[in-house]
Design a protein around this ligand. Sequence first.
Ligand code: SF4
Length: 217
Amino acid sequence: MKEFGQLLESLLAEKSSRIGQLEISASAGGFVVCHRDDVGRDDVTPREIEDVFEIAKFDNSGNYRPLKTAPNLRHGWKIFANNSAELQQAVNAIYPGRLAVLHAFESGKLVTTSLRETLSRQSGMYRVAARISDQQLDDLVGNFCRSDGGCLRTILWKRDDKGTLPSTQLPSEKFDPAHDQTGRNEKCIPLLCQEACNLLVAACREKVKEGAAPSAP
Ligand code: SF4
């Protein structure tokens, strides 16, 4: 666990104080974490570190956020983290698993899985998802994973074992960890996607089911 905190601190010192929609600033021997859009606002509500899961759960309108890397993190709060362990706790709650994936990436040990392989591993009601066509995948991923309104992760996986791009409808920046997926063109720590999430797999299943012939009465 300690090495994640060290990684984060070194990234903050060397690269940036932003990850996804979060702004992290050093303050009074610790760190202040808030929404990037809220920097400079003096009307945000101070919250406790224990509140961070609840902050990540709902958007500005109180709607549940099934995808934690969707670009709809709620505004209007700030959290003081006393040390790098608490900072890690806050970032992990808002972006689960992303620090571990980043650490593996920075160490050259990250393993990615193609979308076709992820789909072929599904069982039960999700097994049918593997029947999705390449054209359907191109359209679906282009819409579902787009940074503008979909997901802020940088895609590292390929569509298949031939190295096909996940979607021709996504800009090349979607696959570039150096690019700020929020569109603000600021230096930031990337949120990496090493394999398709459950939500995309479920969307593939739905797409296949939409095209399936209705069963006989
Ligand atoms: S597959 Fe990755 S990039 Fe696409 S929506 Fe899921 S987490 Fe985001």
